[in-house]
Design a protein around this ligand. Sequence first.
Ligand code: ATP
Length: 359
Amino acid sequence: MAKIELRNLAHSYGGNPSGPQDYALRRMDHVWEDGGAYALLGPSGCGKTTLLNIISGLVQPSEGEVVFDGQQVNTLPTERRNVAQVFQFPVLYDTMSVYDNLAFPLRNRGVSEDRIRERVEEIAAMLDLGDVLKRRAVNLGADAKQKISVGRGLVRSDVAAVLFDEPLTVIDPHLKWRLRRKLKEIHERLQLTLVYVTHDQTEALTFADRIVVMSEGEVVQLGTPQELFERPAHTFVGYFIGSPGMNFLDCGLDGDAAVVDGHRIPLSEEVLEAARQAEGRLEIGIRPEFLELTEDSGGVPAEVEFVEDRGTHRLIKTRVGDNELFVKLRDDQPLPAERARLRFPPEWTLLYANSRLVR
Ligand code: ATP
């Protein structure tokens, strides 16, 4: 397995880019650790597949370097980069047995039949394919076929990285959850460097140790699920992660507080310290999980627009001036009246300047 470095990497499909709008990938510098599980997460068109294809060698970057374990691989074709890839749709030999499909990448490399049997049986057991090894792939359903594709990606232990491009798209929703957990277990057991493209936050959060959140060709944050949840580096990450996403309110600053619609919202020392350098459009951000209802007269007055019972919690939609704010309440907490007051715990109230976290 390899450490992957992206040095000053950027890509423009057209050539001769005249500005940021001409880049499918904006400049980035990252080190992805050997044995790490990384998810590339973002909406359609943000550049996930472009980045994956640059790592695999299907696309050559127009700027910067891709480095595997210290060696620049920009011009090395895919087959010489020693990466395994799993695509959205199954890629396998229909007429071969499941066993032969899984053995194929190993036979290609001259691995001994004894070692092949060991490895194929190990991977098949992990993916619950043990009972169908002798069957022809053609007779199996879409789920099983995609599991074989995943198995083919994982079967070699000598690859630099295994790259997945939305591999669970064709999988039945019930099985999806199990397979995600399986992939995580397999990663922990085999210590592979995995890069996994998805637009589904649940998939990214269950699978990866580190999530690379992309928006409009830019990596807006690379962090653990907890970092993305607690300290989104960009308003886009706040919106995109969470259900519903983070609340953002335009604000001004006055002394030790943010001011929203004439109401003062105290900020933490840490935010105030950093706020001295903040310029541009200012917003405060707070997750619905951290916003509280209070009886205290110092709370910000809000109108309650609706309450939705979500089984494990209740979601309250409130309004402060022109701002909509969501609050999540546990089932055992009392419901608010039509008019309520909101408390913004300073430790969870973050400040953003021109969409970036002030820190
Ligand atoms: P999706 O989830 O829909 O696959 P994505 O996040 O993987 O999207 P990319 O497919 O990498 O995004 O596309 C990023 C941008 O690059 C888009 O604007 C897309 O139109 C453009 N693009 C992708 N492939 C090419 C190509 N071969 N030639 C020109 N432009 C391309």
